[in-house]
Structure formats: C-alpha cells, structure tokens
Design a protein around this ligand. Structure first.
Ligand SMILES: NC(=O)c1ccc[n+]([C@@H]2O[C@H](COP(=O)([O-])OP(=O)(O)OC[C@H]3O[C@@H](n4cnc5c(N)ncnc54)[C@H](OP(=O)(O)O)[C@@H]3O)[C@@H](O)[C@H]2O)c1
Length: 324
C-alpha cells in the first residue's frame, strides 16, 4: 500500500510517500481502508520527535512507527477475532498508533466509532483529535454549564475552532481570540464576539469569562487569571515553544494548578484521552449540524508532506485534511 513515511526525525523534508506492507490487524483491532486523515500539532511532534521527553515512547534515535498520522475515517475491511462491534463494510472513524497517512491502517476497536451516514470522511477525520480535545477541555476540564461565557484563545486553529462550535452547542456565550485575517472565520463558526489579539489583549475587558480555553499557550497565566471571573476555570490545552527542546512549553501546563493557587483561580491542564464514546458524541454533534468542521485545506496523500509544511508554518486556519 502507499503511505507517507519517514526513517528519521526531522521537518517535513524527511517525509516520503512510498510502498509499504499493509498492516495485519491484531486480535482486538479493525483493519480500515482509509478515505481521509487529518493533520494536527501532535503529528508534527511525532514527526520531529520534539519535545525530547516523548522519545522514550516514540523511539530514542529514530521513530518506531514509520507511517505518519493518527486520525482516520474509512471503511472496515477485516477484523481481529476479539472484535465485536464492527465488521467488514462498516464506515468508521478513530485513531491509530500505527500511522494513518496511508491506504490502510489497523486500530484498536476501543478507539473506533461508527461514522454517521451524513458526515463525510473528511469531516470525520478532521474531528478525531481536535474535536475530542475541545470536547474534553470544555466538558471535563472546565465543566462548562449553559449560560456561561467562554473565551477561546486560538479560536481559528484546529482545537480552537471545535471549541467555539462545541461551546455554542452546550449553550455558552463564546468569545474567540484570533489574528486579523481569521476574524471572519471565527465569526462563521458561531462566536458571539471576536477579539483580534493584534489590537486588543484578552484581559482588556476585565474579569468576565467563566471559562478560558487556551490553545495558543503563549500568554502569562497571570494575564489569563485577570480575564477570569473569581470562580472561573482556565483549561490549558497547549501551545508551541520551539526553544524548549526538552518540554516544548509543556511545563506551563504541568505547573498550572500551582500557578492557579498563586492567582486564586482554578487552572487545569487538559490531557486528551481518546475513546470511542467521545468520538460517538462528536459524531452526533456533526450529524445534527451543531458542529461542522472548518476544513480549510485538503491535500491528496501524494502531497501529504505539503500538508505538514502548511501546519508547521505556524498559523493554520481550521483543519488540514488528507484524502486517500
Ligand atoms: N493537551 C492535549 O491533550 C492537546 C491535544 C491537542 C492539541 N494540543 C496542543 O494544543 C495546541 C493547539 O493545537 P491545534 O491543533 O489547535 O493547533 P493549530 O491548529 O496550529 O492552532 C493554533 C492556533 O493558535 C493561534 N495563535 C498563535 N499565536 C496566538 C496568539 N498569540 N494569540 C492567540 N492565538 C494564537 C493560531 O492562530 P493565529 O494565526 O490567529 O495566530 C492558530 O490558529 C498545540 O500546541 C497542540 O500540541 C494539546
């Protein structure tokens, strides 16, 4: 089968689309013919092997898994003997640790959900990582309630665009933060208000947000605390710090609860836990029309390295999808 692979860690130049063996599903896995995958920062981390802290898990000197990608949507073609929920011909979406920028991938049944009939493979693949992260940040980390006011920092990005739509579907008032060229995109996602961060800082309007979801990760936590109501919650999703080779800025999240104590505000780290139930919940949100993934760029598998170059440039809008 064709797949986008690499033999070493590095930037997008290490990627090549070539022929590799089709995977064989383990006892608890489904084999899926991939129709679409997507790109996100997590895939960039797997490609570069940065932060170094992850290398004991991903391969010390070279990546253990040569095929890139984590999200997929497609059709089941075979199942392992212990699989009970799926059979050949089922349309599914989910995550795999074996690489998904490929014509086929194998994935554990517990990380796979049925793909609703009125949701396209491109939409489903776009939602897998970023949508589940946004859902868990709002529902589990911030415990968002209807009527609350949410500030989404990085509202035009992968996680942020889903956070805007999911928060609206949960009955919240949403203010999105983005740069000037993305204001229209964020409004189109349903944001009630938009802060253009090139003109206004997020605390300029005082302590008015019950929940702050931060996906950009580059503001002092003291500043986020100033934007928060006294019993509000900051949910720290991430951010990129290319200078921090060991932790890549993750220390900001790691120490968030302590920093929160200092500022007398609740600050929590978001650590996504992929699972079939949350994928199914997202499937329902997409099927009902409450969430429509903001797919801004689509690349065929042959151009997958370009999909990575676009993301790595640093300011993507919406989701980047790869079609197979
Ligand atoms: N905790 C977890 O389990 C988890 C899960 C998924 C992702 N993450 C992390 O979360 C982060 C975001 O992921 P993503 O996939 O959403 O990334 P993304 O698609 O690259 O989006 C990042 C967004 O940040 C915005 N941004 C950059 N500088 C900004 C600033 N100063 N103020 C406001 N917005 C700014 C960019 O928009 P502009 O062009 O408008 O600046 C961009 O849209 C990444 O670091 C990723 O690794 C963590």
């Amino acid at each position: 089968m064709k797949a986008c692979t690499r033999d070493t860690y590095g930037e997008a130049d290490v990627l090549a689309v070539r022929d590799v063996d089709t995977p064989t599903p383990a006892a608890d896995e489904v084999l899926v013919q991939v129709r679409a995958s997507s790109n996100d920062r997590g895939v960039w981390h797997l490609m570069t092997g940065r932060p170094y802290l992850m290398r004991p898990f991903t391969g010390l000197r070279a990546p253990k898994v040569r095929v890139l990608g984590r999200a997929f949507a497609g059709t089941v073609t075979a199942v392992g003997p212990n699989v009970t929920r799926f059979g050949p011909g089922d349309a599914v979406f989910g995550t795999s640790g074996h690489g998904t920028w490929a014509e086929y991938t194998a994935a554990p049944e517990k990380l796979v959900a049925p793909m609703p009939a009125n949701v396209s493979p491109e939409q489903a693949a776009a939602a897998v990582i970023s949508g589940v992260t946004a859902l868990q940040a709002l529902r589990d980390t911030a415990k968002l309630r209807p009527g609350q006011h949410v500030l989404v920092i990085g509202a035009a990005g992968g996680v942020g665009s889903f956070a805007v739509m999911i928060a609206k579907s949960m009955g919240a008032t949403v203010t999105g933060v983005c740069s000037t060229s993305k204001v229209d995109l964020v409004r189109s996602l349903g944001a009630d208000d938009v802060v253009d961060y090139t003109r206004e800082e997020v605390d300029a309007r005082g302590p008015r947000y019950d929940v702050v979801v931060d996906t950009a990760g580059n503001r002092p936590l003291s500043l986020l605390a100033r934007a928060l109501t006294p019993d509000g919650t900051v949910a720290l999703v991430g951010g990129e710090d290319k200078q921090g080779l060991l932790l890549h800025g993750f220390e900001r999240q790691l120490f968030a609860p302590l920093t929160g104590l200092r500022h007398r505000r609740t600050m929590r780290n978001v650590l996504t836990r992929e699972n079939a139930a949350d994928l199914a919940a997202l499937g329902e949100l997409m099927s009902s029309g409450a969430v429509t993934p903001a797919i801004v760029h689509t690349y065929p598998l042959a151009d997958a390295p370009e999909a990575m170059r676009y993301l790595a440039a640093g300011h993507p809008a919406g989701k980047v999808v790869i079609t197979v």
